[in-house]
Design a protein around this ligand. Structure first.
Ligand code: DOR
Ligand code: ZN
Length: 344
C-alpha cells in the first residue's frame, strides 16, 4: 500500500540552536515542507531581530525548501514590536508559556491579567496565539486546570485564533468544540502512549515530555478526533531533542524526539484504523484552511514497508535518543532519505 502526502506541515516543532539545530533541522526537512518553530531558546526569541536571525540559522541548516513559520516568546510585546515582527514574511504568531511550566519557560507569563494589551493588539492584527496550556497543579491535572484560562481567553478575545498546543485530554477536545476561535495541535506520543507506557514498567525517559502522556481514555479520544479528521485539530509533533546526557540522568529533561519518522508513524496509525484518507488533512490541509498557509510544494510517498528507528541520532557532536529507539514501525518513506548519521 502507498499514499502520497502533499506538503506535510509540523505545526509545533523545537529545532534548538547551534549543533543540535544542525542535527535536528535537516531531519524534519526530509519529510516536512515546513514547521511552526518554537521560540524557547535560551534566551528566548522575543523580538523581530532575534527571530529573523534564528530563521536564517534554520535556513542555513536545512536549505530553502523547508519553510520555518516563526514564533515569538510572549512577554509584553506591544504594537511596535508586533509590527516589526509582521514585516518579516515568515512570522506566524506568539507562544505563551506560563512561567516555569516546561523547558526554558522561566521568562514566561506569571499573570494572565497583565498580557491584555498584547492580546488585544494580536487580535486586531490577526496574529495567532499559541499556548502551552498547563497550570502548576498536580501533574496529571495541569491541562484540565488550565482549561478555565482557555475559556476566558476565548471569550475575552473572540477575534483571536487561540491554539491549544499539544492537547492531551478528552476534556481539552470538548472545550475545542465549544469555541470557534479555539484550534488545537496534538503530538504523536499523545496519540500512541499513556502514563503506563512512560512509567508503568521500567521508566522510559525518551517518552517523558510536558504535558505528560495521560490516561487510556484521553489517548482514545485524541485518536478518534485525529483519525476522523476533526477540522480544527492539526498535527504538531512537539519533537523536542535533548542531548542523551540530559535525558538519561538524574533530572531527565522533558521532550520527545520524533521528527525523523513522525509522518511514517502517523501513516501506520491511520492505516491501521482504516483512515488513511484523513491523514492529508491532519498533517497539512487543516493548517492550510485555518491559517491560509501556502507551504513549499513537496510530495512525500509513504509505503507499508517497515522502518527501523535508529537507537541514536548522531551528528555535530550531539546525540539524541528518539522515541521508540531501536524498534520497527510498519511504514516508511518509499524513497531512501539522505540524512544525519544514525546508529543502531
Ligand atoms: O516536553 C516538552 N519539551 N514540552 C515543552 O513544552 C517544551 C519541550 C522542550 O522545549 O524541550
Ligand atoms: Zn513544545
Amino acid at each position: 500500500m502507498q499514499i502520497a502526502i502533499e506538503s506535510p506541515i509540523d505545526m509545533h516543532l523545537h529545532l534548538r540552536d547551534n549543533a543540535m539545530l544542525r542535527l535536528a533541522a535537516p531531519l524534519s526537512a526530509e519529510t516536512f515542507a515546513g514547521a511552526v518553530v518554537m521560540p524557547n531558546l535560551l534566551p528566548p526569541v522575543t523580538d523581530a531581530a532575534a527571530m529573523e536571525a534564528y530563521a536564517r540559522r534554520i535556513g542555513a541548516a536545512c536549505g530553502p525548501d523547508f519553510r520555518p513559520w516563526m514564533t515569538l516568546f510572549l512577554k509584553d510585546q506591544g504594537e511596535r514590536e508586533l509590527l516589526a515582527a509582521r514585516s518579516f514574511s515568515n512570522f506566524f504568531g506568539l507562544k505563551l508559556y506560563p512561567a516555569g511550566v516546561t523547558t526554558n519557560s522561566g521568562g514566561g507569563v506569571l499573570r494572565f491579567d497583565r498580557i491584555g494589551r498584547t492580546l488585544a493588539v494580536m487580535q486586531e492584527m490577526g496574529v495567532p496565539l499559541l499556548v502551552h496550556g498547563e497550570s502548576r497543579g498536580f501533574v496529571m491535572d495541569r491541562e484540565r486546570e488550565f482549561l478555565a484560562v482557555y475559556r476566558s481567553l476565548a471569550e475575552q478575545y473572540p477575534g483571536l485564533t487561540i491554539s491549544m498546543e499539544h492537547i492531551t485530554t478528552a476534556a481539552a477536545l470538548r472545550l475545542l468544540d465549544e469555541y470557534e476561535n479555539l484550534v488545537a495541535t496534538v503530538t504523536l506520543q499523545h496519540l500512541l502512549f499513556t502514563l503506563d507506557d512512560l512509567a508503568g514498567g521500567l521508566l522510559r525517559p525518551e517518552l517523558f515530555c510536558k504535558p505528560v502522556v495521560k490516561r487510556p481514555e484521553d489517548r482514545e479520544a485524541l485518536c478518534e478526533a485525529a483519525l476522523n479528521g476533526h477540522p480544527r485539530l492539526m498535527f504538531g509533533s512537539d519533537s523536542a531533542p535533548h542531548p542523551r546526557s540530559n535525558k538519561e540522568c538524574l533530572g531527565c529533561a522533558a521532550g520527545v524526539f520524533t521528527a525523523p519518522f513522525a509522518l511514517q508513524r502517523l501513516a501506520g496509525l491511520f492505516a491501521e484504523a482504516g483512515r488513511l484518507e484523513n491523514l492529508q488533512a491532519f498533517v497539512s490541509g487543516n493548517a492550510r484552511c485555518i491559517y491560509g498557509f501556502a507551504p513549499p510544494v513537496k510530495r512525500v510517498v509513504l509505503t507499508d514497508v517497515p522502518f527501523h528507528i535508529p537507537a541514536l541520532y548522531r551528528g555535530f557532536g550531539e546525540s539524541v535518543v528518539p522515541m521508540g529507539a531501536g524498534e520497527w514501525i510498519p511504514w516508511s518513506v518509499s524513497a531512501p532519505l539522505p540524512g544525519a548519521s544514525a546508529c543502531g
